[in-house]
Write a protein that binds this ligand. Structure first.
Ligand code: HEM
Length: 207
């Protein structure tokens, strides 16, 4: 087995490892984002804590994604050009499967840009932040389709188990989101001395 692995370019293994890591992180980002809008974890996690985690996970997912895309350009087997990596469906290898990955990448970009400009955009910033968040959440099924179609071992038992677990967790989080009401100003009158004034803006900041 180790002999077989030593004949494989390291870049290919790294492309796969960064792809799976970034997909796993993206899954966690989605789950954290949904949890942030519910009271499910109660006192176990503050909205601020969940938000910090959601942001860190997003930054890590993007970093692994950048590595995934960068490695494709130095891999000696297919030798992707920057255009083929960045423009969906122009890949010389499996254009649809790879193109879905590029599409998912572009779906994650608007929320990153609007997130930076949000305060400068005033009221419109909040509207655009929510819209771009929806696009970013929709990137998950697209990235998952890319994983299933392009992944070498996507249909191996461990990978199918991973896919089922992630899908179940997201489905459960969405169900919880539907049934557990988000924290609202009206439901809990807040004593001025104990409640943090940042609480509502923190929750309002997630799409
Ligand atoms: C959100 C964006 C993306 C995620 C989460 C992601 C994730 C993944 C995952 C999980 C795999 C399967 C690894 C394996 O087991 O073989 C994979 C494979 C692959 N991805 Fe991505 N990817 C993304 C974007 C991209 C982009 C933008 C490109 C370039 C256009 C790309 C090109 C590829 C290729 C060529 C493979 C096949 C690697 C192989 O097995 O030979 N991906 N990706």
């Amino acid at each position: 087995m180790f002999e077989a692995l030593s004949s494989v370019p390291w870049t290919w293994l790294a492309i796969r490892a960064t792809g799976i890591t970034s997909w796993g992180l993206l899954t966690a980002v989605v789950i954290w984002g949904i949890l942030l809008k519910t009271r499910l974890l109660g006192k176990l996690a503050t909205p601020q804590g969940l938000l910090v985690m959601h942001r860190w996970l997003s930054a890590l997912a993007l970093a692994f994604l950048a590595a995934h895309m960068g490695l494709l350009m130095i891999d000696p087997v297919v030798r992707f050009t920057p255009t083929q990596v960045l423009i969906p469906f122009t890949s010389p290898w499996e254009p649809i499967a790879v193109g879905l990955g590029a599409l998912a990448f572009w779906m994650l970009i608007p929320v990153s840009i609007v997130g930076r400009l949000r305060t400068k955009l005033g009221k419109a910033g909040n509207t655009w932040f929510r819209r771009t968040h929806l696009i970013a959440y929709a990137a998950w099924p697209v990235a998952t389709a890319h994983y299933v179609m392009a992944g070498t071992d996507a249909l191996a038992a461990w990978s199918v188990a991973l896919l089922i677990t992630a899908t179940t967790l997201i489905a459960c989080a969405l169900l919880v989101r539907g049934f557990v009401p988000p924290p609202s100003r009206r439901s809990a009158p807040r004593p001025a001395t104990t409640e943090s004034p940042e609480r509502e803006p923190v929750l309002a900041s997630v799409g």
